[in-house]
Design a binder for this molecule. Structure first.
Ligand SMILES: Nc1ncnc2c1ncn2[C@@H]1O[C@H](COP(=O)(O)OP(=O)(O)OP(=O)(O)O)[C@@H](O)[C@H]1O
Length: 406
């Protein structure tokens, strides 16, 4: 059914006191971004509610985009009618016919800011309630205390607004209200989920992806970019930073004892991510590590890798089980992409038995034979940044991607 407006209720941000204005403005910007494909839509972020005026744009499509904007608790599609009781009845009938699928309880709740309207709130509740019972009496019964459906009637100066559905929003905080972070994004299952959770807490992210041609293919890179396109649905667009890592991996493999290959590679990845964060005003590095999942994800290993920086390294999925991570990946639509069998630079160079408790002093000693600054500089010189928008696709532009899978 086509509605006139979507009324958005704020989530957690309504408790943010002095920062409230900043949060609301940011949410307004994010909603406009998310709805940029609907040019007629107008967004009005008011202190108590945000109003999306549809001006004829398809309400179902607009709502499917709104569902992914963080900082929204719930929203309701609204019909606007002339200030006329008959018009209110017609609209209520249309709305409920579209909504009711099984017996339910209901009540009418009216608010009136136009005190010149001929009916007061009490009258409207009673009359419209009676009208609804006349038409839907076989399915609806009145419950004024805990109704399953509330028909809201808002009598304002410019018209009467009706709504009856409450749709759950994405929750969280508006992206961009919690600072900027660098997300280490592989093509795996965990880091896209970690990125989603960071975005949900209001962090604005840039993706840092290490790739090692010819050991890793164009398809592996395309997969990481396409994952970014999926995540961009939650924030409009995301910068994707590809970082060449081949020379580092070849050198580390040649010069470092096998048990420490993974640790030293990770220390270099982290150093690079931190340098990129410093250059691009990032406040933290995020990754998809989950405690105890693999050899590099023990506390000892995390400590030895993290020793190279004092920038916070944040791990949104640290305490999640794999099954919990997979569930979120499925919900946000990244799982099917993540399990495509393209090699990651880490898997290509993973030794058969990496140390699960690497020591800081050993890692430092093995790094002494490496030209860390030179390796990093050459890698940083090869960085490429691409702005990726929601839904951008990279894999299917490349037909041989699928050919290779067959
Ligand atoms: N090629 C890469 N580019 C950027 N970050 C990476 C890359 N490979 C690994 N990482 C980062 O290191 C974390 C741990 O990687 P690892 O391969 O050990 O674990 P994982 O559990 O398979 O993670 P994921 O499922 O995210 O790949 C990843 O979650 C990601 O944040």
């Amino acid at each position: 059914m086509q509605y006139d407006e979507i009324m958005v209720r704020y989530g957690e941000l309504s408790t943010k006191g002095r920062n409230k204005r900043h949060f609301i403005d940011r949410l307004g910007t994010n909603v406009r971004d998310a709805l940029h494909k609907f040019p007629k839509v107008k967004v009005h972020p008011n202190p108590d509610r945000l109003h999306v005026i549809l001006n004829g744009e398809n309400s179902t499509k607009v709502m499917s985009h709104l569902k992914k904007v963080f900082g929204i608790q719930t929203f309701s599609p609204v019909l606007k009618v002339a200030k006329d009781y008959e018009a209110v009845c017609d609209a209520a009938k249309k709305m409920l016919a579209d909504q009711i699928t099984e017996p339910a309880t209901f009540k009418v709740e009216t608010k009136r800011s136009d005190h010149h309207f001929e009916m007061d709130t009490f009258q409207m509740n009673r009359e419209l309630g009676g009208f609804i019972l006349d038409h839907f009496g076989d399915q609806l019964t009145v419950d004024v205390h805990h109704p399953e459906i509330t028909v809201w009637v808002d009598i304002r100066l410019d018209g009467i607004y009706l709504s009856s559905k409450v749709i759950k929003g994405a929750g969280g905080l508006p992206v961009g209200t919690a600072g900027k972070g660098m997300m280490m994004l592989s093509g795996g299952i965990d880091s896209p989920v970690a990125a989603y959770l960071a975005l949900k807490r209001g962090v604005s992210l840039e993706m840092v992806h290490f790739y090692s041609p010819p050991y890793t293919s164009e398809q592996a890179l395309a997969k990481a970019k396409e994952l970014t396109g999926k995540l961009a649905h939650y924030c409009g667009s995301i910068n994707f930073i590809e970082v060449p890592f081949t020379e580092i991996q070849e050198t580390v493999k040649e010069k470092v004892p096998e048990g420490y290959l993974m640790t030293i590679q990770r220390r270099l990845m982290l150093r690079l991510a931190v340098e990129i964060a410093n250059r691009r005003k990032g406040l933290a590095v995020f990754n998809g590590e989950s405690l105890g999942q693999v050899a590099s994800q023990t506390m000892e290993s995390m400590r030895t890798i993290e020793e190279v920086t004092n920038l916070p390294v944040l791990r949104p999925v640290l305490s999640y089980d794999k099954t919990e991570i997979i569930k979120i990946a499925e919900e946000i639509g990244t799982y099917d992409l993540s399990i495509l069998p393209y090699e990651d630079c880490c898997t290509v160079f993973t030794p058969p038995s990496p140390k699960t408790k690497p020591r800081i002093d050993r890692a430092q000693k093995y790094e002494q034979v490496l030209d860390i600054n030179g390796l990093m500089q050459r890698s940083l010189d090869g960085i490429k940044v691409t702005k990726i928008h929601a839904g951008d696709e990279f894999l299917n532009q490349n037909e041989d991607v699928f050919a290779e899978l067959l």
